[in-house]
Design a protein around this ligand. Structure first.
Ligand code: IPM
Ligand code: MN
Length: 357
């Protein structure tokens, strides 16, 4: 029997609720298939700070490194906003990404036919949208040095550095290109090369690697234009390749094409070690504990984990099909609600998906 060791990181806010639902589905799937899942749970983010003083306890990072895949829910709570940066939940997630070498963040944005009416955009704009944001995850302005805040004669001055080396650009570009070869063979690289030196190097590198991939159609957009094109004509995109900050912003924008950020999964990958699979949304502290959260982004992240991280393709298909069926039957969490549909809580949505699994 195949065995997979999974580290679960429920984190903060709605994290524990959506984790419980997802874990139940994974257990049921493994029982129906011929593999075993061994779960370990560890604190991260606010729960890490509260239990050990660190948003990424050493024991959590160690367990993640020793796992076959990491499935995280969400981190963050405004109660830590006044803490020093080292002791904020977000720092735990950034350190985990860095510690596992997760340079590539894959965010598929697929419009589900059943949810066409839930988007704030017109359905004729979003029908058949199927794109993938490939975001560089451990470089750029999130990690660039120098950074900090200094006293000057004109008061405080704070700064970050946006930098990319050609090696960093090359590895994310090659990965995006390989992904595109298995899709519609189109890559749009997004930068701000009309203003930023770092983007100029980015564009040069992407263009030069593109010469090795004549099968691909590679184009470039400035980030401001890309933001506009995403809502103007999103079907023009297949793979969007971009850096850390632009990818963060554009993926939230792209999420709105699907109706709710509660639908968007992601996979973060390194060159060899375990991947980290997590919903794109945050911890939603305002609805935590009220059974209102949409667990689907995490369930779809679990499907990405099965497919990409554990190579359990059949189980991944099954889980995605179950989500599709439940949505087609008219079941919705509150974030997706429209008139005449059936509103469910987080737990009940999990039960419906379990029923059709
Ligand atoms: C995301 C989040 C994170 C990011 C935060 C929580 C650090 O917004 O995964 O998109 O900015 O990368
Ligand atoms: Mn984000």
């Amino acid at each position: 029997m195949r065995q997979h060791r999974i580290v679960l990181l429920p984190g903060d806010g709605i994290g524990p609720e959506i984790t419980a639902v997802t874990k139940n589905l994974l257990i049921a799937l493994s029982q129906k298939s011929s593999f075993d899942l061994i779960f370990e749970e560890h604190p991260i983010g606010g729960t890490g700070i509260d239990s050990t003083g660190s948003p990424l306890p050493d024991s959590t990072l160690k367990a993640c490194k020793n796992s076959d895949a990491v499935l995280m829910a969400a981190i963050g709570n405004p109660k830590y906003d006044s803490y020093p940066r080292e002791q904020r939940p977000e720092t735990g997630l950034l350190k985990l990404r860095e510690g596992l070498g997760l340079f590539a963040n894959l965010r598929p944005v697929k419009v589900w036919p059943a949810l066409l009416g839930s988007s704030s955009l017109k359905s004729e704009i979003i029908t058949n949208v199927d794109l993938m944001v490939v975001r560089e995850l451990i470089g750029g302005i999130y990690f660039g040095k120098p950074k900090g805040c200094i006293e000057t004669e004109n008061g405080e001055r704070a700064f970050n550095t946006m930098s990319y080396s050609s090696n960093e650009i090359e590895r994310i570009t090659r990965l995006a290109f390989e992904i595109a070869l298995n899709r519609r063979s189109k890559v749009c690289s997004v930068d701000k090369a009309n203003v930023l030196d770092v983007s100029q190097l980015w564009r040069e590198k992407v263009s030069s690697i593109a010469k090795e991939y004549p099968q691909l159609e590679v184009s470039h957009l400035y980030v401001d234009n890309a933001a506009m094109q995403l809502v103007r004509e999103p079907r023009q995109f297949d793979v969007i390749l971009t850096g850390n900050l632009f990818g963060d912003i554009l993926s939230d924008e792209a999420a709105m094409l699907t109706g709710s950020i509660g639908m968007l999964p992601s996979a973060s990958l390194s060159s060899d070690g375990p991947g980290l699979f997590e919903p794109v949304h945050g911890s939603a502290p305002d609805i935590a504990g009220s059974n209102k959260a949409n667990p689907i982004a995490m369930i779809l992240s679990a499907a990405m984990m099965l497919r990409i991280g554990l190579k359990e393709t059949e189980a991944a298909d099954r889980l995605e099909e179950a989500v599709d069926q439940v949505l087609s039957e008219g079941f919705r969490t509150v974030d997706l609600m429209e008139e005449s549909f059936i509103e469910l809580g987080c737990k009940e949505m999990g039960e419906e998906i379990m029923r059709v699994l």
